[in-house]
Ligand binder design. Structure first.
Ligand code: HEC
Ligand code: HEC
Length: 229
């Protein structure tokens, strides 16, 4: 009798485990699939090219959702769409598990670009190093303030409410981790939300928020997020 019970429970475990692996994703299988992504996103999901997003440490829920969105076209990205077409449910879960298990790399301090300088500064050609440092500091503090408090007057929600005090996001809710992401990618994707080119879903939360942000706010908050730890 005991033997019979044991045999039954073992076979239940055997039947249940593949399903569990499916839902949870298998990091080892994901690592193999990720070799075709490494050219752009880096071997551990830490891309070198600042316009290609880092994926390391990102939540599985968010990664899964984006890969599906590339496939069904709700997120528009010409580079990702053809790659996402070939991924099934299990591939997406495995890839998500692999990237989530990696650690995101830290960024160096941002360097200001021509568009970050005050107009009075004539593209910064006259500013010496000390001025540049002060300018960067001011921009980071402006970005940090927007991140924590939002902009009440223009109804920009505080980022901290959904993306957390450390930029860690919210896994159960599927809100992405932001800290350590490349500033160039952040600026691009926030601009895409603003102009409705990232997604055509009109009630996408980020579209509604980014629409109200100025170009300066987008750049400042992106620099701030890129060096959050
Ligand atoms: C040719 C370069 C390239 C390759 C190869 C590539 N990606 Fe991407 N990936 C991109 C770019 C560029 C974006 C940003 C797309 C956008 O927002 O327009 C992106 C975005 C993503 C995102 C969304 C990240 C975020 O923070 O929202 C995920 C997830 C992703 N890629 C996963 C993958 C996976 C998995 C593979 C391999 C199967 C892969 N990528 C291969 C270039 C690439
Ligand atoms: C009400 C919740 C909420 C608030 C507030 C919020 N976000 Fe988001 N954010 C989201 C969600 C949800 C997504 C994922 C959107 C999607 O799947 O298309 C997201 C995505 C993003 C992304 C894309 C990440 C990536 O890897 O591509 C960036 C960047 C971002 N948010 C920045 C901000 C900034 C900056 C603020 C503050 C000005 C902010 N968010 C405020 C919910 C929020």
């Amino acid at each position: 009798m005991l033997k019979k019970l044991l045999a039954v429970s073992i076979s239940i475990i055997c039947m249940a485990s593949p399903a569990l692996v499916n839902a949870e994703g298998d990091a080892q299988a994901g690592k193999q699939l990720a070799s075709s992504c490494a050219g752009c996103h880096g071997e551990t999901g830490n891309s070198i090219v600042p316009s290609f997003p880092k994926l390391a440490g990102q939540h599985t829920s968010y990664l899964n959702k984006q890969l599906l969105a590339f496939k069904n076209g709700t997120r528009q990205a010409p580079m990702m769409a053809p790659l996402a077409m070939g991924l099934n449910d299990k591939n997406r879960a495995d890839l998500a598990k692999f990237y989530a298990s990696q650690t995101i790399s830290a960024n160096p301090m941002p360097t200001l670009k021509a568009e970050d300088h005050n107009s009075s500064d004539e593209a910064g050609s006259h500013s010496d190093n000390k001025n540049k440092e002060a300018e960067l500091k001011a921009l980071l503090s402006f970005g940090g303030d927007l991140y924590r408090n939002g902009d009440l007057e223009r109804e920009v929600s505080a980022c901290v409410a959904c993306h957390g005090p450390f930029g860690e996001g919210n896994k159960p809710a599927g809100f992405p981790m932001l800290k350590g992401q490349h500033a160039d990618y952040l600026i691009q994707t926030l601009t895409d939300f603003k102009t409705n080119t990232r997604t055509k879903v009109a009630d996408n939360m980020m579209h509604m928020i980014a629409t109200k942000m100025t170009e300066k706010e987008i750049r400042a908050v992106s620099y701030y997020i890129s060096v959050m730890k």
